[in-house]
Design a protein around this ligand. Structure first.
Ligand code: FES
Ligand code: FE
Length: 429
């Protein structure tokens, strides 16, 4: 298990992030959310260099399956070839640039550009037959007419791309965050699958605010008051505040909060609202998980949940359901969000239904949480219009803890992990 975070006795100040460890103060200048030039630097120094989540293996169950999506500002094809090998290609035609595949998903042994008809096998090789004499005999001898592959690596069933040829391996990048993927993958004996495609929406706010929000234990009771009232009725008693037992610095800007909460977990945490009949089924699942991974890990999988941020923009929230989401800036004050629900492969119908109900109830774009969070993020962004008069965000909560004293549920250490890495990559040190 990764170490609980320890605040080192170190103080540093760049112009946008003040990390004053002696006085227990951490501040971020609101210019970091507003400035076009900063967004340009983020594209160069973060999105063009970090490992970015591309997709989950379950989205391509069969040979020749493909999906297309924009990752870090670049259009990509994520696919499997005839032999079942996974690939990622830039979705731009080597001829004159048009998008080669324009469907969001499908199954195809080849891709054909709609502009002038160039064709490619699904391993990326140029496969166009031109009339003799149209191009030189040795045309494409250097592969210049093939689809351009993108550096692709996977951890368990999660695929990531990286646009930096010199990047270190995904394994070293994920560092201690690998445990989060392990815990997700072990929910069921056959792993996990994306359920029902993706949900896409936009928020009029800066992308970094959604990262902060996604593992912010401090806001839950205030922002989501309505949900907790509803939960009180649903579980037939007062819904207590989620209890965070472990705040984890997973290195390289990744962080997670882990804890117990009043809601049921379809993997195997029963609540009375599900009825007595479901109880024995839940116990049976729990026994299977214990036999597979041991009691301690089974407790983390079944009983506890986690809100995790993988730097720079992958959120994995394994709480009353599992959502993974990424979000990219369109401009400093607008982001596009894509969210997926994960479920246990082969899980029983009732459990899948509870999982999807839980997902929609809290995490979905029309649920109890997401609209609240969107409003909080958009209102914060509106407030930043006055940044010259009110220039700083405070992220100091609990900063003086950490010298042997564990961080708490409503501390902000996980956000400081993000911002220290952001600052380091943007050239603050
Ligand atoms: Fe694709 Fe011309 S741009 S064939
Ligand atoms: Fe929230």
């Amino acid at each position: 298990m990764p170490d609980t975070m320890v605040t080192q006795n170190k103080t540093r100040e760049s112009s946008l992030v003040v990390d004053d460890r002696e006085n227990g103060l951490f501040r971020v200048n609101r210019k970091a959310f507003l400035d076009e030039e900063i967004l340009h630097m983020e594209r160069e120094k973060i999105f063009n260099r970090c490992w970015l989540f591309l997709g989950h293996a379950s989205e391509l169950p069969n040979p020749n399956d493909f999906v297309t999506r924009n990752v870090g500002g670049k259009e990509l094809i994520f696919n499997r070839d005839r032999k079942g090998e996974f690939h990622a290609f830039l979705n731009t035609c080597p001829h004159r640039g048009a998008m080669v595949e324009r469907q969001e998903s499908g199954n195809s042994i080849a891709f054909k550009c709609f502009y002038h008809g160039w064709a490619f096998n699904n391993n990326g090789n140029y496969a166009t037959r031109h009339q003799k004499g149209t191009y030189p005999e040795n045309f494409n001898h250097d592969g210049c007419a093939n689809l351009i592959p993108v550096k692709l690596e996977q951890y368990r069933d999660f695929f990531f791309v990286n646009y930096d040829d010199g990047a270190n391996s995904l394994d070293s990048y994920l560092a201690d965050a690998k445990i989060i993927f392990d815990l997700i993958d072990q929910h069921g004996p056959d792993g996990m699958e994306v359920v029902g495609g993706a949900q896409k929406y936009s928020i009029r706010s800066n992308w970094k605010l959604l990262m902060e929000n996604s593992y912010d234990g401090y806001h839950a009771l205030d922002t989501h008051e309505t949900y907790f009232k509803y939960l009180t009725e649903a579980i037939g008693g007062p819904a207590e505040m989620p209890k965070v037992t472990n705040v984890m610095n997973l290195k390289n800007g990744h962080a997670s909060i882990e804890g117990d909460a009043p809601w049921g977990r379809p993997v195997a945490k029963w609540i009375p609202a599900w009825g007595e009949n479901a109880k024995s089924e839940v116990e049976e699942i729990k026994r299977e998980v214990v036999s597979r991974v041991g009691a301690e890990r089974a407790n983390r999988i079944c009983q506890l949940g986690r809100n995790t941020g993988i730097f720079p923009n992958l959120v994995i929230n394994d709480i009353m359901a599992i959502t993974i989401r990424t979000f990219y800036p369109v401009e400093p004050g607008v982001m596009n969000v894509t969210a997926w629900a994960l479920g246990v492969k082969g899980e029983k119908r009732d459990f899948r239904k509870r999982r999807l109900d839980n997902f929609l109830e809290f995490l979905g774009p029309g649920g109890f949480a997401t609209p609240d969070d969107v409003e909080a993020l958009e209102s914060a962004y509106r407030g930043y219009a006055a940044y010259k008069l009110a220039p700083w965000n405070d992220i100091s909560r609990g900063m003086s803890r950490g010298q042997g004293e564990p961080f708490k549920a409503d501390d902000e250490e996980q956000m400081r992990c993000f911002w220290r890495e952001w600052d380091r990559r943007m050239g603050g040190e």
